[in-house]
Design a protein around this ligand. Structure first.
Ligand SMILES: Nc1ncnc2c1ncn2[C@@H]1O[C@H](COP(=O)(O)OP(=O)(O)OP(=O)(O)O)[C@@H](O)[C@H]1O
Ligand SMILES: [Mg+2]
Length: 321
């Protein structure tokens, strides 16, 4: 049994008298200490997946179908009180913008101690010691004195390090990181990503890394899930997918990576854009952008089989060329 097992997850939003779906039946498994990348363009449903796992889908949205089992227990059945024992405790989250997590009017120390005390019976002295230790783990210089700092007194990179330290405070089993470096200076993005990778490895923490950048997940994760218009369209080992993508969308994402384009060559861009959930095409949602699409693709949604949801997948040799 996988540690985290999401099956047939649907997230719906009301629209007029009916509903539209941001997730249309997504499956995901995560083993202890495993690192999974969730990749796709804007609007694919990546954040919805993260929010759903943490029971954070805001009204009027709702999980309309599916199961989210963590150690065999369906999180969707838990009361708000019980879910709080899991969210921010056994499953932590790192968001794109550190200021979503950090409260601007409280010192770093106060916020860290509050987080700890919400989940642990612990004395002030023990909490203080643990906070300093975690700040050191994320390589924050003069950790002790930073406890008295307010978030605005730190650079964006340091703030995200504090968020990572907070995520680690409760020794979680899973960290869900949603575009954790996108809001940061390009120069420090790689540093923060390397830090997340190291900390997950050192502490045997599983990671769900959400990003639109296939290049980043290639370096950090062991398994990949490619999302398109509320569905997983391809999944498998990172190595296998990078070497030989089967779904044309995955192949397009790969071709758009700078490391795949020749020097000085113009970067490839997949034509068109992701459809909004209010106007999904019939059949495979990717068909209007796909040069392999046939009548079948326009009429039926391809099931996810053998790791890809495509009626006309690239074959192994084609994909590798
Ligand atoms: N409150 C809402 N009401 C209706 N639709 C919503 C709402 N919030 C999100 N959506 C839709 O759900 C879909 C998935 O959104 P989501 O935020 O999960 O995308 P994403 O993959 O995280 O994109 P990004 O890379 O931009 O963060 C989008 O089409 C979005 O427009
Ligand atoms: Mg998002």
């Amino acid at each position: 049994m996988a540690m985290l097992d999401v099956s047939d997850l649907h997230v719906a939003f009301p629209r007029g008298k009916s509903e539209v779906e941001a997730l249309r039946g997504v499956n995901l498994t995560l083993e202890k200490g495993e690192r999974l990348g969730v990749v796709g363009e804007s609007g694919a449903g990546k954040s919805m997946l993260a929010f759903a796992i943490l029971n954070l889908i805001a009204e009027p949205g709702r999980v309309s179908q599916g199961r989210i089992e963590f150690h065999g227990e369906n999180l969707l059945d838990l009361s708000e009180r019980d879910i709080r024992g899991i969210r921010g405790n056994r499953i932590s989250m790192i968001f794109q913008d550190p200021m979503v997590t950090l409260n601007p009017v409280l010192t770093i120390g106060t916020q860290m101690v509050e987080t700890l005390k919400a989940h642990r019976r612990i004395t002030d002295a023990q909490a203080h010691r643990l906070c300093v230790e975690k700040l050191k783990q994320v390589a924050i210089p003069s950790a002790e004195s930073r406890l008295d700092a307010y978030p605005h007194e730190l650079s964006g990179g340091l703030r995200q390090r504090v968020v990572i330290a907070i995520a680690l405070l409760t020794d979680p089993e899973v960290i869900i990181a949603d575009e954790p470096t996108t809001a940061l200076d390009v120069t420090i993005q790689a540093e923060i990503m390397a830090l997340i990778l190291k900390l997950c490895r050192d502490n045997d923490v599983a990671l769900i890394l959400i990003t639109h950048d296939l290049g980043v997940v290639a370096e950090v994760t062991e398994r990949i899930m490619i999302m398109y218009a509320g569905l997983c369209v391809e999944t498998g080992s990172t190595r296998g997918i990078i070497r030989a993508p089967r779904h044309p969308y995955t192949a397009g994402l790969l071709k758009a990576l700078p490391q795949f384009a020749g020097r000085g060559a113009r970067l490839y861009q997949i034509p068109g854009s992701m459809p909004p959930i209010t106007a999904l095409p019939t059949g495979c949602a990717y068909h209007p952008r796909c040069d392999r699409a046939t009548a079948e693709c326009r009429s039926r949604i391809p099931p996810l089989e053998h790791g890809h949801a495509c009626f006309h997948p690239l074959d192994q040799t084609e994909a590798a060329s």
